[in-house]
Design a protein around this ligand. Structure first.
Ligand code: NAP
Length: 250
């Protein structure tokens, strides 16, 4: 049955940024599809744990440095016996005029959004190869993987690079049965976009450009995430899938 291919029964996923926003939605969807999920967050993911029940395990880690990377995979395997899926969802944004942008604003964003994404993917891929059954890596990209954005130069750099390494890792790891893909969310109503939504003028500009005529919500991403985590996408490699209410087509 084709719908069975979308199920995640018996699979173990690591999802970063599990306490809120898009990551929380992905954790909930994966558990509903049959997976066990190790959610990684800086602060406890209590709300997510309540939504997901016993198939959710919270790993507390700060993804701003690489110290935690190997432990995340080790703890997941310790708890659930294996690892099959990694979603690199955690991400931050710093807004400032490029003329005033600081090294700290640059490094903070590049560390979480790119450096840790690469090395956590590497740690996961080593585990997938050791286990022998392939795996799935899903990176969360952005509209700014395609466009320049305004006042967010480090974010744009990081998300353009996320789209790039999604292709480069696919080229090296597809032969192991590891699918590396990305999802580029459009404008979604989460903490990440709170400032934009509060700015009447920017909010109106953004809404006017979205063909679907609304901000996205975490639930909008869940179908794409389950698809890319499941056997239904076994021959999809290195692709960044936009879930954007039509923004890129405009
Ligand atoms: P969000 O609500 O701000 O969530 C971001 C998540 O990342 C939070 O769980 C956050 O934890 C976590 N995080 C940030 N820095 C971390 C660190 N050093 N260590 C561990 N966790 C850390 O934003 P979101 O919208 O759900 O964003 C999820 C992903 O989608 C991000 O990569 C973002 O760039 C991307 N995205 C979002 C949109 C959008 O419109 N919302 C559009 C395109 C792409 P804390 O709560 O502890 O900070």
């Amino acid at each position: 049955m084709i719908l069975d291919k979308f199920r995640l029964d018996g699979k173990v996923a690591v999802v970063t940024g599990s306490n809120t926003g898009l990551g929380q939605g992905i954790c909930r969807a994966f558990v509903e599809a049959g997976a066990k999920v190790a959610g990684v967050s800086r602060r406890p993911s209590d709300e997510t744990a309540k939504m997901c029940g016993k198939n959710f395990y919270n790993i507390i880690a700060d993804l701003g440095s690489l110290d935690c990377v190997n432990q995340i995979i080790e703890k997941t395997v310790e708890k659930f016996g294996r690892a099959d899926i990694l979603v690199n969802n955690a991400g931050i944004i710093k807004r400032n005029d490029s003329i005033d942008f600081t090294e700290e604003e640059w490094d903070a964003v590049l560390n979480v959004n790119l450096k840790t994404v690469f090395f956590l993917s590497q740690a996961a891929a080593k585990k997938f190869i050791e286990q022998g059954g392939g795996g799935k890596i899903i990176n969360i990209a952005s509209m700014l993987s395609y466009q320049g954005g305004i006042r967010v130069p480090s974010y744009t750099a990081s998300k353009s690079a996320v789209k790039g390494i999604t292709m480069s890792l696919c080229n090296e790891w597809a032969k192991y049965g590891i699918n590396v893909n990305a999802i580029a969310p459009g404008y979604m109503a989460t903490k990440n976009t709170e400032q934009l939504r509060k700015d009447g003028e920017r909010n109106a500009d953004i809404l006017a450009r979205i063909p679907a005529e609304r901000w996205g919500v975490p639930e909008d991403l869940e179908g794409a995430a389950v698809f890319l985590a499941s056997a239904a996408s076994d021959y999809v490699n290195g692709f960044t899938l936009a879930v954007d209410g039509g923004w890129l087509g405009r």
